[in-house]
Write a protein that binds this ligand. Structure first.
Ligand code: DX5
Ligand code: ZN
Length: 228
């Protein structure tokens, strides 16, 4: 099972964000994960639609996907802003959407791919009625709000269960993204469990090695795990 990497800009050097993003695209990634935080749903504040607009021209150069993870209260308020700014995919937390079906339809009507996500302790049953309407399911393997946290091991079983839930509904084409604590140790097991895109922040953007080297190490680790 091959896995794509979606670097999370939350871990990037924001003083040279364009350069860091280009490094990731030049190394072959075709996803970019924009972690949007409002200081209310999660205890951190990060980026707004203007960052998506600034990155859109670079993503266009590489035909890359700008994937917005909205960790914000009442996301319906900002769907149009993020899609107009250039988001290709918009993922909302089930915990923030009392009218989830309407929110998902709204994202699709705006022209973006709708995704849903849920916190590590939110029961997967919350996904059951919406799996037929989304293009992406994002499974959190850390508590949302910060990069650099440790992977929550229970996430592996959740990936496998969501994969089965999708198969049972003939929705095998839905992207299964995993997000949080993904590194050379965890990327293999999450790929094996069925994740098709791994969001990676601090294991891509850090002072230990250049972006391209970190991405290569992650891809090698995923392949090696597969052959084990
Ligand atoms: C956390 C975010 C994640 C995070 C990943 O709330 O949703 O995308 O940036 O960062 P790492 O890979 O460092 O755990
Ligand atoms: Zn994220």
């Amino acid at each position: 099972m091959s896995i794509e990497i979606a670097p999370s800009i939350l871990a990037a050097d924001i003083s040279r964000l364009g350069e860091q993003v280009r490094e990731a695209f030049a190394a072959g990634t075709r996803w970019l994960h924009v972690d949007v935080m409002d200081g209310q749903f999660v205890p951190n504040i990060s980026f707004g639609p203007h960052i998506v607009a600034a990155l859109r021209p670079i993503a266009d150069e590489y035909d890359a996907v700008l994937d917005c993870h909205l960790m914000i209260a009442d996301p319906d308020r900002y769907l149009e802003d993020f899609v107009k700014a250039g988001a290709d995919a918009v993922t909302v937390h089930v915990e923030t959407c009392p009218h989830l079906h309407r929110t998902v339809q709204h994202i699709r009507t705006l022209g973006a791919r709708p995704g849903v996500t849920l916190n590590p302790a939110t029961p997967l049953v919350m996904l059951e009625e919406i799996l037929g309407d989304v293009d992406l399911v994002l499974l959190m393997t850390v508590n949302p709000g910060f990069g650099g946290q440790s992977f929550i091991p229970g996430g592996l079983a959740r990936i496998a269960r969501v994969r089965q839930m999708l198969r049972d509904r003939n929705r095998g084409q839905v992207t299964i993204q995993v997000d949080g604590g993904i590194n050379a140790e965890t990327i293999g097991p999450v790929a094996q469990a069925g994740a098709t895109v791994a969001v990676v922040g601090s294991a891509v953007f850090n002072h230990r090695a250049p972006v391209a080297d970190n991405l290569a190490a992650l891809h090698d680790a995923a392949v090696q795990h597969r052959v084990m």
